[in-house]
Design a protein around this ligand. Structure first.
Ligand code: SAM
Ligand code: DTB
Ligand code: SF4
Length: 347
């Protein structure tokens, strides 16, 4: 049986294929067993996203509403003022988030923007939140600057397999992405890296993505698995729907291959039933994006997530550094305020 100490970095395609092809119940049982050995199965970490610079991105990622190459009708916004970011972070904390993830539609951060993002990291940390950023490519100097500011996580997704990658993105290479992840690792920050399902990739591409992530010398601490959000105006707007059971299988195999990582049920939850989400939690997903908006597209309302967690007996993971009582009081106060303002009553 797989133990925490038995993290493997030598997964072969045949082994990954065999996991995906297990009878569904066998796969779920195996994944849930690994999950239970490594985590509290009734705890889910919640992060809130904020787009700090929106749209007009020079990259051509075919799934992305923020790419300047496609007309998605998205309103562009310059880098957000630090005070506005702090306001949003405070709200996220009040509703129970423990991590605040700030995203910018950049190829890479420009030198002139670094003092502002550094200030954001410092100020968000002062609120007692964990910090995450996703700003595009990072060289070693910028990665170190962010790490020195106290940034906990850097998100940079591989998105898919090396083989399928250039059907989706042509403006930055797979190797560019691997180099950024190496710079993040060398700077001492934690890595958040995963991908997207439902872009027309084959089963082999899904194996390839998981092998890239799991076979890194140190596996990413956080692995977001996104289901494509089809946005009108992007080249992928009419791609065929993904079979939801294939998505659940992806979460289960990710859990088995990366037993100590948080596997994040990421974009696409708006289209997922409660039953499907429950199945992904059983399969080993143990983090979500929480709050009404992802970066530019909708996410389930917070009260819907709170209701789902209550129905499933799931607790939101607390920050170790916060006293339970303080955190609990803050969450209840935040939810109460929100419920009052939304005239929300539990069914
Ligand atoms: N611009 C930065 C970058 O790409 O490095 C950070 C932000 S980018 C929006 C972060 C990730 O969101 C992408 O790598 C992709 O995996 C995911 N994403 C973007 N658009 C998506 C969509 N329509 N559906 C699902 N995931 C998406
Ligand atoms: C990740 O893997 N998914 C998040 C986060 N990392 C930055 C972003 C999802 C974006 C979905 C499309 C949008 O809202 O713009
Ligand atoms: Fe730009 Fe990131 Fe969107 Fe790609 S995914 S177009 S890099 S914002």
């Amino acid at each position: 049986m797989q133990q925490l100490g038995a993290i493997r970095h030598d997964w072969t395609e045949a082994e990954v294929k065999a996991l995906f092809e297990l009878p569904f119940n066998d796969l779920m049982f195996k994944a849930h067993t690994v999950h239970r050995e490594n985590f509290d199965p009734n705890e889910v970490q919640v992060s809130t996203l904020l787009s700090i610079k929106t749209g007009a991105c020079p990259e051509d990622c075919k799934y992305c509403p923020q790419s300047g190459h496609y007309n998605t009708g998205l309103e562009k916004e310059r880098l957000m003022q630090v005070e506005k970011v702090i306001e949003k972070a405070k709200k996220a904390k009040e509703t129970g988030s423990t991590r605040f993830c700030m995203g910018a539609a950049w190829k890479h951060p420009a030198d002139k923007d670094m003092p502002y993002v550094v200030e954001m990291v410092k100020r968000v940390k002062e609120l007692g939140l964990e910090t995450c950023m996703t700003l595009g490519m990072l060289d070693q100097d910028k990665a170190s600057e962010l790490a020195d500011a106290g940034l906990d996580y850097y998100n940079h997704n591989l998105d898919t397999s090396p083989e399928f990658y250039d059907k989706i993105i042509t403006t930055r290479t797979y190797q560019d992405r691997l180099d950024t992840l190496q710079n993040v690792r060398d700077s001492g920050m934690k890595i958040c890296s995963g991908g997207i399902l439902g872009m027309g990739e084959t089963a082999t591409d899904r194996y390839g993505l998981l092998m890239q992530l799991a076979n890194m010398p140190v596996q990413p601490e956080s692995v977001p698995i996104n289901m494509l959000v089809k946005v009108a105006g992007t080249p992928l707007e009419n791609v065929d729907d993904l079979d939801h059971l294939d998505f659940v299988r992806m979460i289960a195999v990710a859990r088995i291959m990366m037993p100590a990582s948080h596997v994040r049920l990421s974009a696409g939850r708006e289209k997922m039933s409660d039953e499907m989400q429950a199945m992904t939690f059983f399969a080993g997903a143990n983090s979500i994006f929480y709050g009404e908006c992802l970066l530019t597209t909708p996410n389930p309302e917070t009260h819907r997530d709170v209701q789902l967690f209550r129905k499933l007996g799931i607790n939101m993971e607390q920050r170790i550094s916060d006293s339970d009582a303080t955190q609990e009081a803050a969450i209840m106060k935040g939810l109460q305020t929100q419920q009052d303002s939304e005239h929300f009553y539990e069914a």
